[in-house]
Design a protein around this ligand. Structure first.
Ligand SMILES: [Zn+2]
Length: 70
């Protein structure tokens, strides 16, 4: 996923996320891992995959987060 919530509840794009902060899934509130390497674009991943976000299409995801103005 491309967005995670920080402790203040602000939605943050993975590309703008800090490795020193914790981020949580906006849907299930699980803690997320920030993955930012050279091969893939920055994104968040669940530690445990039991969230509906993994089945969500990218288009649906973008539509859901349009309000976030990112
Ligand atoms: Zn989740």
């Amino acid at each position: 996923m491309l967005y995670g919530k920080n402790k203040q509840g602000t939605v943050v794009h993975a590309a703008n996320a800090s490795k020193d902060c914790n981020y949580y899934c906006p849907l299930c509130c699980q803690k997320l891992m920030l993955k930012r390497g050279k091969c893939k674009c920055a994104h968040f991943a669940h530690h445990e995959i039991n969230c509906t976000y993994k089945e969500e299409s990218y288009v649906h995801y973008q539509a859901k987060y349009r309000w976030a103005n990112l």
